[in-house]
Design a protein around this ligand. Structure first.
Ligand code: AMP
Ligand code: ZN
Length: 462
């Protein structure tokens, strides 16, 4: 039985879906004003893992990850670049899909863009206004009236009165209550705007997710996800908006399960754009081996539990690469037989128990390591096939083992195959000085040679 730690209620709960066999999952996606960083990648990878795993165990998963293509940071950046906002967001959306693919993230079922859903946002705001849960303020903005929503704070566990006490109310604030948040911002010069019954303007941030979720999946979904930083206020506000449109007294719930991925840190601080302590996934991948890099970062991001913080460092990445390389070496030495995943198999069962326990990837990887050792001991193609099939449920070990272990390193400047043959020829004519020199040259370039029986030499990256 699958269990999921539900932020709503803060405990592991048995996972059940509204409709049998179907999972409706919405995850907050990137704000496309720049390349995404590896902290963002951590959250994206976590939900890609959830998507793959639920699919592997038989669910049909309708997975939506939105694209935020209108917001303050986008407007600022487009102005700074002196380019139209649409040009910036189109470029960064393409880059997001490219980088996501290098990390082996599956494409979500749908990737809606906020600017394509302005009408849906306005419809919700109008509904809220009709119910007295939204109001037009003196400055032309439209706000959500937090006092009118009884459950405010239920996700984050925050008490609205404590929150109010902590807010410094600006003297000229147009809000009725310090907790009220903006749904529609009145138009300002040099900002994009859309016409509406509330006057020209643009949406606040939170409303887009309620609207895209409704359009793609409906107002009641099974899983809503994002990084921990979104729990409050973003997700709290999404609940207020969507559930605010429900009938009074309705037992309806926006999302049954709320999942939050913990932070990726650097020097024990959250990696974030605003702190400036970030590396984009793109720059990290460009420094890694072109063949091994994507899966290496994926492995680094997923071998820890999604609710545990992870610390980014170059050493951790190299450690992940070595571990992943170990799997590929095992699969190269013992080619995998085509097997159909049999959940009754003892290893498969153990793996499944781990994953069904709130996606316990560290325990699941421990099973994969056991299998790797078993493959190395027995050289069984069937066992290798099982290893590969279990890896596939999380998006691992699907590359050609021969290509993966060699990587792309140095092959452009160095014809490794030619040097290896030259070394073998040197050995044959007993020119061990030359043979040794070639081995050293390759070693310095990060290539390890393995002499096999019959005079065959194989090579791989260190
Ligand atoms: P953004 O593009 O900033 O809206 O963020 C996209 C996603 O990445 C959101 O789900 C964030 O919660 C998540 N995120 C941002 N920074 C981190 C981090 N350091 N670690 C994990 N997730 C993060
Ligand atoms: Zn969102």
């Amino acid at each position: 039985m699958q269990t999921i730690y539900n932020t709503l209620g803060r405990q592991k709960q048995a996972f059940t879906t509204i409709e049998p066999g179907l999972v409706r999952m919405y995850v907050c996606g990137p704000t496309v004003y720049d390349y995404f960083h590896i902290g963002n990648a951590r959250t994206f990878a976590a939900f890609d893992m959830v998507y793959r795993w639920l699919t592997a165990t038989g669910y049909t998963v309708n997975f939506v990850r939105n694209i935020t293509d209108i917001d303050d940071k986008i407007i600022e950046r487009a102005n700074a670049n002196n380019e139209p906002m649409e040009a910036l967001t189109a470029r960064m959306t393409d880059a997001y899909f490219e980088d996501a693919a290098r990390l082996k993230l599956l494409r979500p079922t749908n990737s809606p863009r906020a600017t394509h859903h302005i009408d849906g946002m306005l419809a919700i705001i109008k509904q809220l206004e009709d119910k007295g849960m939204a109001y037009r303020a003196s400055n032309g903005d439209v706000y959500y009236a937090v006092r009118e929503f009884e459950g405010y704070g239920k996700l984050s566990g925050k008490n609205p009165d404590d929150l109010r006490a902590g807010e410094r109310v600006a003297v000229e604030s147009a809000k009725r209550d310090p907790l009220d948040f903006v749904l529609w911002k009145a138009a300002k010069p040099n900002e994009p705007q859309w016409p509406s019954i509330f006057g020209g303007g643009r949406p606040g941030w939170h409303i887009e997710c309620s609207a895209m979720c409704r359009a793609e999946l409906g107002d009641q979904i099974d899983i809503h996800g994002g990084g921990l930083d979104l729990q409050f206020p973003h997700h709290e506000n999404e609940i207020a908006q969507t559930e605010g449109t429900f009938e009074k007294g309705s037992a309806g719930q926006f999302a049954k399960f709320w999942m939050h991925a913990a932070f990726l840190n650097i020097d024990h601080e959250k990696m974030s754009k605003s702190l400036g302590n970030f590396f984009t996934l793109r720059e990290v991948l460009n420094k890694l081996d072109a063949v091994q890099g994507g899966e290496t970062v994926r492995y680094f991001l997923l071998r820890g539990h999604y609710r545990s913080e992870i610390n980014y460092s170059w050493d951790m990445l190299e450690d992940a690469r070595q571990s992943l390389l170990g799997f590929y070496i095992a699969l190269k030495e013992t080619p995998a037989a085509e097997v159909k995943l049999d959940w009754a198999n003892a290893y498969a069962q153990k793996f499944r128990v781990a994953m069904e326990d709130d996606f316990d990837t560290p325990a699941a990887f421990a099973v994969l390591h056991e299998l790797r050792r078993e493959v190395n001991r027995t050289r069984s193609g069937e066992t290798a096939g099982l290893l590969r099939a279990l890896g596939a449920t999380l998006g691992f070990f699907q590359d050609s083992p021969a290509a993966f272990v060699q990587g792309a390193a140095n092959t452009a400047q160095l014809d490794v195959d030619a040097l290896v043959s030259e070394r073998n020829a040197a050995k044959q004519r007993q020119d061990f000085t030359r043979a040794d020199a070639i081995r050293k040259q390759l070693d310095a370039a990060g290539i390890v040679l393995e002499d096999k029986p019959g005079g065959l030499t194989e090579w791989r990256r260190k």
